[in-house]
Design a protein around this ligand. Structure first.
Ligand code: AVJ
Length: 323
């Protein structure tokens, strides 16, 4: 954490192989096999996700960016001077740079990310680019336990930044718990700046998770690759197929990996059996109406103070305060 040599080293709360293995095996033993989507983001997965973010069909990043550009002056005013910024899922750091360039005199930035490589690069870049900013990176799965290192300098209020609609990955009950966790970090006078994806034409949603270049398919299949490498498993990627669809009744997009045949896969001493056509559910991505999100937020101690959307109402950026 020391600023000598202009180097910052992330505090590391990453779960070990043991926990990864336990979650994989228990997920694959369920009647509907499933794997947690947080494990998508190893080095190649993070790179593939960055590629997804530049696809035309994947409307989220550009829509969110256009909203942020349109409302940044208002946001900077609401946040005020000398804020402490905490970002969950800082990724390649592109979004925070935009905020840092427009906020009034931010004091410190705590990026939290599961990818050590990205976190390390982003922290050192920001540390050099913004010499007055205290950068305090934390490498963690933020759905598990970890601690933040708070800055030495005094700050006005904590602002949690949770862009990209990552909240979409949580089922309703964990989503509520996660917002409660953030509300505790924000209390008494902090705020949450969050990107929330909205319900829209199902064809648009279908295209977003079935891009024509197959990047999303590669991102999904990479999870099996990661399990092969890190957990001594023998998934043959050719024997699985990316399958993604939007279910309007459940108001979420789901991604699966479908077994192309009856097969048995050795996985760290156990064998996982697949029927022909059986799937592993790898991700959910919930879509909200503004009303639905407001109701969820107000059940967690937050009050939605401001909502900005794009002209098509595809996405929203929201400013939530604790009451
Ligand atoms: C990062 C969770 C918002 O659900 O749209 C992109 C992840 N998955 N393409 C999403 C994702 C497939 C993304 N979130």
């Amino acid at each position: 954490m020391a600023k000598e040599n202009n180097q910052v080293t992330p505090r590391d709360f990453r779960a070990g192989r043991e926990r990864f293995l336990a979650e994989v095996i228990s997920g694959l033993r369920r009647p509907q096999k499933e794997l947690p989507s947080k494990y998508f983001y190893d080095e190649s997965g993070s790179r593939l996700f960055q590629q997804i973010c530049s696809l035309d069909e994947y409307y989220i990043p550009r829509t969110e960016e256009s909203i942020m550009q349109a409302c940044i002056v208002e946001i900077a005013e609401l946040i005020g001077p000398k804020a402490l910024l905490i970002e969950y899922g800082s990724g390649d750091g592109k979004k925070i740079r935009f905020l840092l360039d427009h906020l009034h005199d931010p004091v410190a930035y705590i990026p939290v990310d599961i990818s050590h490589e990205l976190l390390d690069n982003v922290s050192n870049e920001l540390n050099n680019k913004y010499p007055d900013l205290e950068v305090l990176p934390v490498c963690a799965d933020y759905t598990a336990s970890f601690e933040l290192t708070y800055p030495r300098q005094a700050y006005s209020r904590p602002i949690v930044f949770f862009p990209g609609s990552t909240i979409s990955n949580f089922d309703p009950v964990p989503a509520k718990h996660f917002l409660e966790h953030i509300a505790r970090k924000c209390a008494p006078d902090g705020a949450l700046l969050i990107g929330v994806d909205l319900k829209k034409d199902t064809g648009i949603l279908h295209g977003a998770y079935n891009d024509s270049q197959g990047v999303t398919a590669a991102f999904n299949l990479n999870l099996l690759n990661r399990i092969n490498h890190e957990l001594n498993s023998d998934f043959h990627l050719d024997n699985f197929q990316h399958y993604a669809f939007y279910n309007p009744r459940e108001t979420r997009a789901a991604m699966h990996l479908v077994s192309r045949k009856k097969q048995s896969v050795p996985s760290d001493g156990v064998v996982i059996n697949f029927e022909d056509g059986e799937s592993i559910w790898t991700e959910s991505s919930y879509k909200f109406t503004l009303d639905e999100f407001r109701q969820m937020a107000s059940a967690t101690g937050f009050h939605v103070e401001h909502v900005w959307t794009d002209p098509q109402n595809w996405f929203s950026v929201q400013y939530l305060v604790t009451r």
